[in-house]
Design a protein around this ligand. Structure first.
Ligand code: PMP
Length: 392
């Protein structure tokens, strides 16, 4: 027994061997020519992965909440109105975060497992005239995916800058930042971008940069201030040394490898792969008689699945039993449903075999905690979906 296990939580995910090797290379100077190339190349690749040729990429050491702060701190000034669309814990965080930066925040919240209708967002924007509109693309606490193709245009109609929290979606879910007129799309490295935790990433479009440049007051956060980081990013892309804070050199080398792999696969192929694998996984959990947190399939994410357990089954023993069967999954996160739900990530390097392995371990875990199911029912449903055979 090698003690191997398959990591299927919604981040960090399983990473590609070449990405991990890059991380383990001897650390170069942050000013060495080879590193200038790696960092400059990674920034250019971000424009392609975000499908935003006119965007300005930023990469700074930090995790997801810092990527959110990199957007919030620079794009609101005290007294600005902000509209937050929340479909879970991470949307709610924007309310707190934007408030700390002095914004007057209106929150539009969904019921747990639901999304927020675009008409409701349009109405609220008309009434509140926000300077900033935030939407969590996929909220990891509920598995809800918001449609964002119309959000950029909607924000523009009302004079707002749009900020998309894509921590659980960038490089997995379809995002066309420029075509969809989204002003900022942010993420963190440990999810579908495929790099161990530690990088906050975002791409800012021209309107976001204009808004930043027109600020009347200095940014209140020292570390998040774009005026410190933009010259550094521009210098690295021009392959010239620059410094504000020492970059996380090894992580950035790993990022350049991962982005190269992502672009080799191709964004369209990648979006379709995530959709197909999520359909298969979700067909599997349906066949096991489990209810998904987003009851309506139109709100379901392609990067993770959140499910309820039947009454009387404890999440911790179940997650432990699935772990003993070789697959690491996550318990609940949203406070209202934490004790009744589990979550499975399927993004980044995930393959069809991982989907089947995860479902097999889930079936084993369900039997261990006393829920009878026909052995192989979930795996078979997923395999049929993968093969394009319907008929359930
Ligand atoms: N936003 C979203 C949508 C997330 O799913 C998460 C984390 N799962 C975060 C922000 C926070 O990022 P991190 O995991 O790096 O703390």
């Amino acid at each position: 027994m090698k003690g191997r296990s398959l990591l299927m939580i919604p981040g960090p995910i399983e990473f590609e061997p070449d990405v991990l090797s890059a991380l383990g290379e001897p650390t170069p100077s942050h000013l060495a020519p080879a590193f200038l190339d790696a960092f400059g190349g990674a920034l250019a690749s971000m424009r392609e992965a975000w499908l935003c040729p006119s965007g300005q990429p930023l990469v700074v050491a930090g995790s997801g909440p810092f990527a959110m702060e990199l957007a919030a701190a620079n794009l609101v000034e005290p007294g600005d109105r902000a509209l937050v669309v929340s479909t879970g814990v991470f949307g709610d965080r924007f309310v707190d975060l934007l408030g700390r930066h002095g914004a007057e925040v209106t929150a539009l919240s969904a019921d747990v497992g639901g999304g927020v209708d675009l008409n409701r967002i349009e109405d609220a924007a008309r009434k509140t005239k926000p300077r900033l509109l935030t939407v969590t693309h996929v909220d990891t606490s509920t598995g809800v995916r918001m449609p964002i193709a119309e959000i950029g245009a909607l924000a523009r109609r009302h004079g707002a800058i749009s900020v998309i929290d894509g921590v659980c979606s960038v490089a997995g879910e379809e995002i066309r930042q420029e075509a969809w007129q989204l002003d900022v799309v942010l993420t963190a490295s440990q999810k579908a971008i495929g790099v161990p935790p530690g990088l906050a990433l975002l791409v800012a479009g021209p309107r976001a940069l204009e808004r930043f440049e027109a600020r009347k007051q200095p940014v209140r956060s020292y570390y998040a201030d774009w005026s410190k980081w933009l010259p550094v990013m521009r210098a690295y892309e021009a392959r010239t040394p620059s410094y504000f804070g020492t970059p996380p050199v090894n992580l950035i080398c790993a990022l350049s490898v991962s982005l190269r792999q992502i672009l080799e696969e191709g964004m369209d192929v990648r979006f379709v792969r995530h959709e197909k694998l999520s359909r298969a996984f979700q067909a599997g959990v349906d066949a096991l008689g489990l209810c998904q947190v987003p009851a309506d399939s139109t709100w379901r994410a392609h990067t993770l699945t959140a499910c309820y357990l039947p009454d009387g089954i404890g999440v911790s023993p179940f997650v432990r039993a699935v772990g003993s069967a070789g697959v690491v999954i996550a318990g609940g996160l949203h406070p209202d449903i934490r004790e009744r739900t589990f979550r499975v990530g399927h993004m980044g390097a995930v393959r069809a075999g991982d989907i089947l392995a995860a479902l097999g371990a889930i079936e084993t875990g369900l039997r261990e905690v006393g829920m009878a199911s026909l052995p192989g029912a979930g795996v078979a449903a997923a395999a049929r979906t993968l093969a394009g055979i319907s008929g359930d």
